[in-house]
Design a protein around this ligand. Structure first.
Ligand SMILES: [Zn+2]
Length: 631
């Protein structure tokens, strides 16, 4: 729980300014549906829009995996940020200056630097490279490369290009002069350690392309040589807690709105291709970072668009990548097309093509005439089988079947399976039923390693440990969250029934604590205010869950429903008292029974791991260690 002062807190100001529909919409394409918006949930392997964003409540909620929360939770879960990191990011985005700069907690006992300080180091390095590029002398060679490539000033700006100076200690000296932490820059891959313990620049005499994440933070650099003698041609920052190469997409931050608008992403082979495309007004172009397309890329893209076009310079690269792409995309509900330039032009890449008169039209035609991934694959199979003898045909067919089985044919929808078999039959000239039989056999042989890619943990707490809490008590909390103003009408006694100590589960305990905190500040403890008072994403998710469920069952009669829940709780408590009274074990006996009950609940919730169970001090759940996740 964090303290909230008088007046509007930072959290409230940022939450009010950051429209959840816009923020979530930057990550997942949303469609309006009544008073809500729906989109593919990024927190489970979603193929039908299961996530609702409710602007009225400023929450999101997935009805399949249970993930839910406010705008802070969304950013935290999506980008794996700490609460403070998400708050600072959203504040910056909304041009809000935070009043209290809380101490950034270092993550756990793990040595090293957290993601936001690594991002900070990268941002400082980007500014330095930028300044070098503009330096009359030190930036001259890099500016010449930019000019030769025909990159406009607007694109230099849009992609924040920079230059690493032609010396071993350019950035290192800047870091020393600013008294920045050299270890941090080394952790970000910007400095390297010498044998004598000193540091030198990782990037020397290179044109620098900052690689940003979807929300624009610089997470790494791509560096192109300026001098043709230098090897390699391209160099990337090493992986870090901030930078996962196989799930990062160059240009996504700049392209995301266009990708959503066009419902299509074009994946080119290199950074300069992306920049050339954007310069020509084709702004839905991005690139992987010198790697093949991975499930991580697919997962990010399918939340934003329906079609991905893999644009290759030549057929050779296309063939190789198509095989790989089939594996990555087979199970994804994305339309994937392969487009190769060399069928349309003799320009060697999009960069060269777009410099020519009418180049943009040629590029768009190549993209438009891209071949579907399976067509492409089957087309090649057909070529292979043309004129093949029976044994070659048998071998190729069996190989194809084994491949399809391995890719997850059996998990595809029946319609898709049927279509695939039909086409395979047409190509091979074999009976469909025979192929289906072969496919069934191949199913058993298909190895593992074909799990659905990219599903991230929801971070939703679910109802763990709530078994001990009666439903009506949970729903009472839900009523208050639905209509915060009801709290004012409750008697002291009723409020005691909803006190944190009344709840056995840690999560409910924390929600009730937030309710009490908001109420003690003289405000109505409705969902929005209560979410502001909670930092833990799991607890928030559960609060949204409880509110949504209660609202559904209580319909329009929330006040009456709450009264009913409280009546039930009073009855339950008096029945329990009666039982314990009849037991006749006296005051000591009742105390012992209560202790046993507390213990039982704790074991139910945390398991028998004794380290996480607080000693029964008689103070109830309040005495418990809330666990590391709610710092
Ligand atoms: Zn979900």
């Amino acid at each position: 729980m964090k303290p909230t002062g008088s007046g509007m807190s930072d959290v409230e100001r940022v939450r009010d300014a950051a429209d959840i529909v816009r923020i979530v919409g930057d990550h997942v394409t949303l469609k309006a549906k009544g008073r809500e918006y729906v989109g593919l949930c990024p927190f489970h392997d979603d193929h039908n829009p299961s996530m609702a964003v409710v602007p009225g409540k400023q929450i999101f909620k997935c009805f399949v995996c249970g993930a839910g929360g406010d705008v802070f939770s969304f950013i935290q879960l999506y980008h794996r940020m700490e609460f403070r990191e998400a708050l600072e990011y959203l504040a910056e985005r909304c041009n809000i200056t935070l009043t209290a700069r809380g101490a950034m907690p270092e993550e756990g006992a793990e040595p090293g630097f957290n993601r936001s300080s690594l991002a900070e180091a990268n941002a400082q390095a980007a500014a330095f490279f930028r300044a070098v590029l503009n330096h009359p002398e030190h930036g001259r060679a890099a500016r010449a490369v930019i000019a030769r490539r025909g990159i406009s000033a607007g694109m230099v700006e849009r992609f924040s290009l920079g230059a690493a100076p032609d010396r071993w200690d350019g950035l290192a000296m800047k870091i020393d002069s600013q008294r920045w932490d050299r270890g941090l820059f080394a952790a970000a891959g910007l400095l390297k350690r010498r044998d004598d313990g000193g540091f030198y620049d990782s990037f020397r005499n290179r044109l620098m392309f900052p690689i940003r994440d979807q929300i624009g933070r610089v997470i790494a650099f791509g560096a192109r040589r300026i001098d043709d003698e230098d090897e390699p041609k391209y160099l990337n920052s090493p992986e870090s807690p901030l930078f996962n190469k196989s799930a990062s997409i160059f240009g996504l931050h700049q392209a995301v709105q266009s990708i959503q608008r066009e419902r299509t992403a074009i994946i080119t082979e290199g950074y300069t291709d992306v920049i050339a495309c954007h310069q020509a007004g084709v702004e839905h172009a991005v690139a992987t970072l010198g790697t093949a397309l991975t499930p991580g890329h697919a997962t990010i893209l399918r939340r934003l668009c329906d079609t991905v076009v893999l644009l290759f310079d030549g057929d050779e690269a296309g063939h190789k990548a198509a095989d790989r792409a089939v594996e990555v995309f087979f199970g994804e509900s994305l339309d994937v097309r392969i487009a190769t330039l060399d069928r349309f032009t003799d320009a060697k890449d999009p960069d060269e093509l777009l410099k020519r008169e009418g180049g943009r039209e040629v590029l768009l035609r190549a993209v438009g005439e891209g071949v579907g991934l399976l067509d492409y694959r089957f087309g090649r199979l057909r070529e292979r089988l043309a004129g093949a003898g029976p044994s070659a045909l048998e071998r190729a067919t069996n190989e194809e079947i084994a491949k399809l089985a391995q890719l997850g044919f059996h998990r595809a929808t029946p319609i898709r399976r049927q279509l695939l078999l039909k086409r395979l039959a047409a190509i091979t000239g074999l009976e469909e039923s025979l192929l289906a039989e072969q496919m069934r056999r191949a199913k058993g042989a298909a190895g593992r390693g074909t799990e659905a890619p990219g599903a991230e943990p929801a971070g939703a707490a679910g109802g763990a440990g709530e078994a001990a809490d009666p439903v009506h008590l949970v729903e009472a909390l839900g009523c208050v969250l639905t209509e915060g103003s009801l709290w004012a009408g409750l008697s002291v006694e009723d409020r005691r029934l909803l006190a944190p100590e009344a709840y056995g589960s840690r999560v409910l305990f924390q929600i009730a604590t937030a309710v009490r905190q908001v109420a003690s500040e003289g405000r109505a403890p409705g969902l929005r205010a209560v979410l502001d008072a909670i930092e833990d994403t799991g607890v928030k998710s559960r609060a949204v869950d409880i509110q949504t469920n209660t609202e559904r069952v209580a319909e329009e009669r929330v006040g009456a429903y709450l009264a009913d829940c409280l009546t039930r709780e009073r009855r339950r408590l008096s029945e329990r008292e009666g039982r314990e009274g009849r037991g006749g074990s006296g005051a000591d006996g009742a105390g012992f029974a209560a202790m046993i009950e507390l213990k039982r609940r704790q074991i139910e919730e945390f398991g028998p791991d004794r380290r996480r169970i607080a000693r029964p001090t008689g103070r109830g759940p309040a005495a418990r260690n809330p666990g590391p996740e709610c710092q």
